[in-house]
Write a protein of this length. Structure first.
Length: 580
């Protein structure tokens, strides 16, 4: 009887242990199931946030005529500088790509104060934290309620979870794994031309000293080629430390806002919509050649192609290009007339008036390569009349008058022989020192490098003067001025019209060539940006200095690029050689 009791108690203990084990197992499984359900719900909430972010990104930034940028370009966004905004053709931002703007696109803006660091007692959440090196670069936002309706046992919508999202702009970052496939290309090859069409590699070495070794990828060396190969293999930024021993994760965190490995873009036309035209297909030699204008009212394709394919030839000390006239479809190459002036004077020869002239031209090379030696001819057009009086006053005055073209028999012409220019060089050309040369119709006057105050050219006018009057007056009336610059073979390089040539008057014992009786034009001399606007003419920014024709504009009523040439010293009483 006692043994049966022991067996019964042991069986009861075993049953109790089984019941406790089953209860524990049920409790553990229930907890696991609940935790798994919460994790699944959190994943679905996160997936919903991702879908909302992608949907808002597509809806607002998807059209071609939209652009994105970070909020830090606005002064009022100091609280949330790394939010991404979307702009359209009109003024103002369309939306900010962050949770809270689903119902109203501008319900949440970067001007709002940043939220507090996430804690159990607030509704803030981290969206970007460990990847950045600075706390100011982290992203934290307020979570949004996720409500569900028509739940069993509930009359109205109920909060069943939360979500938050933010879209970062990778397009404003430098792409770390972008490598220049044409590095080290031979000069004059198509590969070298491709390098100048767009940036082939980012300047990552400029971001921080830790990335200084990145510059080695741009060199034409075996080490540079090996570094480019490793850089091109990067798919995520965490792989960057394996590229070079100097690159570190700490440097990556510090450069999180400036570096990316996944930036991709679409060549969209943000102004007109659609895709931009791929200019390389029409500019690269051997590519198909589109016809017509590049855009409505723009240059022709063949002219732009001609400019793109300009190539300098190697010389002993660098590169040079041969000047040529602008004759579409061929683009011109030539120096610019920076300054031209003629000082007029008069004297008597054999009792007759003689017109004196002293020209000076300054030509400049606007290119970063040398211009080969070539002949040039400058044709000066001066609308104001010249008047020679002898004596200056009285009832019996002998005089000769007329435009320079009428007195010389043609528009004054000046020849410059075999002038070459270094990159960016400006050179002065005038009559040779000590010379007195006749002006010959059709041949003009030849100018030489340098300036001499004692040289002059002359033209016999055949008009009787007063041999008894020692004093002679020369007057140059104001009037329009301009010039043509021609190659020695007659090809027109540039035509300038509508200039307001300076004019002055002086009286003295003949000859009066030393006084500033002159007319001339100088590039960029105007001090007005527009009539009545004294902020200064933006002649380098707003005008094409190498245009084949530069004339007056309606807003100015004259040529805004060429203004009157001032005498040496800048004073009306200053003579040409710089003395008073």
């Amino acid at each position: 009887r006692g043994f049966a009791l022991l067996i019964t108690l042991a069986l009861l203990a075993l049953v109790m242990a089984l019941l406790l084990g089953l209860a524990t197992l049920v409790r553990v499984e229930s907890a696991i199931a609940g935790q798994t359900q919460q994790e699944e719900q959190a994943r679905r909430n996160a997936l919903l946030a991702l879908q909302l972010a992608a949907g808002r990104l597509q809806a607002f930034a998807g059209p071609d005529r939209r652009v994105t940028a970070r909020a830090d370009l606005l002064a009022a966004s100091a609280g949330n500088p790394y939010w991404t905004g979307v702009w359209g053709p009109g003024p103002g931002v369309l939306t900010w790509l962050v949770s809270g703007n689903e119902g109203q696109p501008l319900a949440v803006t970067p001007e709002a104060a940043p939220v507090a660091d996430p804690a159990p007692d607030n509704d803030a959440v981290w969206l970007l934290r460990a990847a950045t090196g600075s706390p100011a670069e982290r992203i934290k936002v307020r979570r949004q309620d996720l409500r569900a309706a028509l739940l069993p046992g509930w009359d109205g919508p109920r909060v069943v979870g939360h979500y938050a999202w933010w879209v970062g702009d990778e397009g404003v970052k430098a792409k770390f794994n972008l490598v220049n496939a044409a590095a080290g290309a031979a000069p004059g090859t198509l590969e070298q031309a491709v390098e100048f069409m767009s940036a082939q590699q980012s300047g990552v070495e400029q971001l921080a000293p830790a990335f200084a070794a990145y510059a080695g990828a741009k060199g034409d060396t075996a080490a540079g080629a090996a570094l480019r190969d490793r850089i091109g293999r990067v798919t995520v930024l965490n792989q960057v430390p394996y590229v070079h021993e100097d690159f570190s994760l700490a440097a990556l965190r510090d450069g999180f806002r400036d570096l990316t490995a996944s930036s991709l873009g679409v060549i969209a036309d943000a102004h007109n919509g659609g895709l931009k035209k791929d200019l390389t297909r029409g500019l690269v030699p051997g590519a198909p050649e589109p016809a017509g204008e590049l855009f409505a009212g723009g240059p022709a394709w063949d002219l732009v192609r001609s400019y793109c394919q300009l190539r300098a030839d190697p010389v002993d000390d660098g590169w040079q290009i041969t000047p040529r006239a602008h004759q579409p479809p061929e683009h011109g190459v030539h120096p610019l007339v920076l300054l031209f002036q003629v000082v007029w004077g008069a004297d008597r020869s054999n009792g007759r008036f003689r017109l004196l002239l002293q020209p000076m031209a300054v030509l400049g090379n606007p290119y970063d390569v040398s211009l080969a030696a070539a002949d040039y001819r400058l044709v000066w057009r001066q609308g104001g009349e010249l008047e020679l009086r002898n004596p200056p006053a009285g009832s019996e005055v002998a005089f000769a008058s007329g435009t320079p073209a009428a007195l010389l028999g043609e528009d004054p012409q000046f020849v410059i022989r075999q002038a070459a220019f270094r990159p960016g060089e400006a050179r002065v050309f005038a009559l040779p020192a000590g010379s007195e040369v006749p002006y010959e119709i059709g041949a003009g006057v030849q100018l030489a490098p340098g300036y001499s105050p004692d040289a002059r050219a002359y033209r016999e006018l055949g008009v009787e003067a007063d041999p008894s009057a020692p004093e002679m007056q020369v007057r140059a009336a104001a009037g329009p001025a301009g010039f043509d610059l021609l190659l020695g073979d007659g090809g027109r390089l540039q035509e300038v019209t509508g200039g307001a040539g300076a004019a002055s008057e002086a009286t003295g014992v003949a000859p009066v060539l030393g006084a500033p009786v002159r007319a001339g034009l100088r590039m960029g001399q105007d001090d007005e940006n527009a009539p009545g606007d004294l902020s200064g003419l933006r002649w380098l920014a707003d005008f094409n200095l190498r245009a084949p024709a530069i004339g007056p504009l309606p807003a100015w009523g004259r040529n805004p690029l060429y203004g009157p040439a001032t005498p040496r010293g800048g004073s009306a009483d200053t003579i040409l050689d710089g003395t008073s």
